[in-house]
Write a protein that binds this ligand. Structure first.
Ligand SMILES: [Zn+2]
Ligand SMILES: [Zn+2]
Length: 203
């Protein structure tokens, strides 16, 4: 493993444990620790702001790669994991934005973990260029395959209770006065807020 990779993986581990999960600082070997310290990524057992930013970036790349491999390339779970771990170290900033835009600026990885926002997400690029779009971008008659769902807890619960889940095919029947969608053999009416929480790839 390249030295950079070792440092990046250590940063990722520190971030996931201490920031995301509120757990103890991980056990790391002395060499890695002193290097992290030398690069000013940590100060004792705390991530510095620089370390925090660097870690967030690597995690973002890892989870974007997961989404790409999982949603578009339909890789197996094992392949998703091993490839994402390699991708994260080599994706350039331009490719990162291209992937993020292509996927519709996803907010969660296939494991349900948060993808840190990038500049492209904050700029809010139009979804027209995206491969994965909100259901509200589809016109009546169009089909999509659900890639992921987003929103607050009550929205997610509602979607799940309606059987609106990743992997299912959906068809927009009507968009006014409410959204009417076809899911399997049933037709379901949903409001716009719910429709916006469903992210699909046109099929
Ligand atoms: Zn993941
Ligand atoms: Zn983005």
């Amino acid at each position: 493993m390249r030295n950079d990779e070792r440092i990046e993986n250590a940063l990722k581990e520190i971030y996931v444990r201490t920031v995301e999960r509120n757990e103890e600082f991980p056990e790391l070997d002395g060499e890695t620790l002193s290097e992290l310290q030398k690069k000013e990524y940590i100060d004792g057992k705390t991530l510095t702001e620089k370390g925090h930013e660097r870690a967030k970036k690597i995690i973002r790349l890892h989870r974007l790669a997961e989404r790409l491999l999982h949603d578009v390339l339909r890789a197996s779970d094992r392949e998703v994991e091993s490839s994402a771990c390699r991708f994260e170290h080599v994706i350039s900033e331009e490719v990162e934005e291209a992937i993020c835009t292509l996927l519709g600026h996803p907010s969660i990885c296939p494991h349900g973990r948060e993808i840190p926002r990038g500049e492209c997400c904050l700029r809010g690029e139009e979804e027209v260029k995206s491969l994965v779009v909100r259901l509200t971008s589809l016109s009546p008659g169009e089909h999509g395959e659900i890639k992921y769902i987003s929103g607050d807890e009550s929205t997610i619960k509602k979607l799940i209770s309606l059987g609106i889940l990743p992997g299912k095919r959906i068809r927009v029947m009507r968009v006014y006065p409410a959204y009417l969608i076809q899911l399997g053999n049933s037709q379901i009416a949903i409001d716009e807020k719910i429709a916006e929480s469903i992210h699909v790839m046109r099929v």
